[in-house]
Design a protein around this ligand. Sequence first.
Ligand code: GLY
Length: 349
Amino acid sequence: MQFRTVHVEASRSYDILIGRGILAGLGGFIRPLLGNCRLAVITDSNVDALYGNAIMEHLSAAGYKACKYVIPAGEASKCADNLLAFLNFMAGEQLTRSDAVIAFGGGVVGDLGGLSASLYLRGVKYVQVPTTLLAAVDSSVGGKTAIDIPAGKNLVGSFYQPSLVCCDTALMDTLPKDIYRDGCAEVIKYGMILDAELYKTLHTLPFDREEVVARCVEIKRDVVQQDEFDNGIRGLLNFGHTFGHAIEKLSNFAVSHGEAVAKGMVIAARIAPLCGLCDVADELSALLAQYGFDITCPYSANEVYDALLTDKKRRGGKISVVLPRSVGDCTLVTLPVEEVGVLLSKVIV
Ligand code: GLY
């Protein structure tokens, strides 16, 4: 079985394994880390229908006793009710502190599974098995776990690193095109913030999935190792997200995360020259268009500004935005919120 390994040194050190077909080896990968424990697999209805039997069979063939908990697919599942229900499920199955959680799915399952693992019996180990490109390059790496509450997305969570990330890129073959494309926005983000070489590679489609996922994960690893708890450089990963989240929220989540990030990255790129930085907006827009993204902003500058005011990353009267200095080099700029409002009015017309 061929795979690449990216090692992360954080409050818990772990490997991220990336390869086609490696789900079959999951039991063997986890044995040295978890020993002979019981496993609670959390997944969603879409992933369960496609791969639920396969994962249970692979774990059973490796000698593991595993139980499965399925949540409905979709962001609405990332809620307190499901968190509590999954905790009750694990208690009902009498899982102990030496047992573990396997989060098998996209970002919703990963965030909910990770948070549950951090809470159950004050913390049990967990393994991320991402099934979307977005989860593979972002949420399954770096230990951010969360649920949404009525006041906003990801407002309740913890930093809790997994024991292993096992990314089988073959699972992405069945992703609907728009879900795969959401991940591509995040991949383009990595190129723009820190890797001009990766950015260049992305102009040739289709890209080599294993190579690109591994490179994105290395970039995220390097950032997380410097700033695990998100007090500084980890903010660079939010390129396009500050404005993107505002657009997502305004659309009541009808605009997907990837589409919103694409729009947000273009807004940030247009703001950069107004702050004395370089202008890569046309170049970035052309690449995003190659992937089929609509980069227009369907909201007015005032609407985006009002949505920004409730951003959880706002600190006092200031907000940090990530702006390109050139392709492959972004910087965090902290600006008074009112100034961001003025800049928005110049770039969203
Ligand atoms: N998704 C941004 C981060 O993990 O910090």
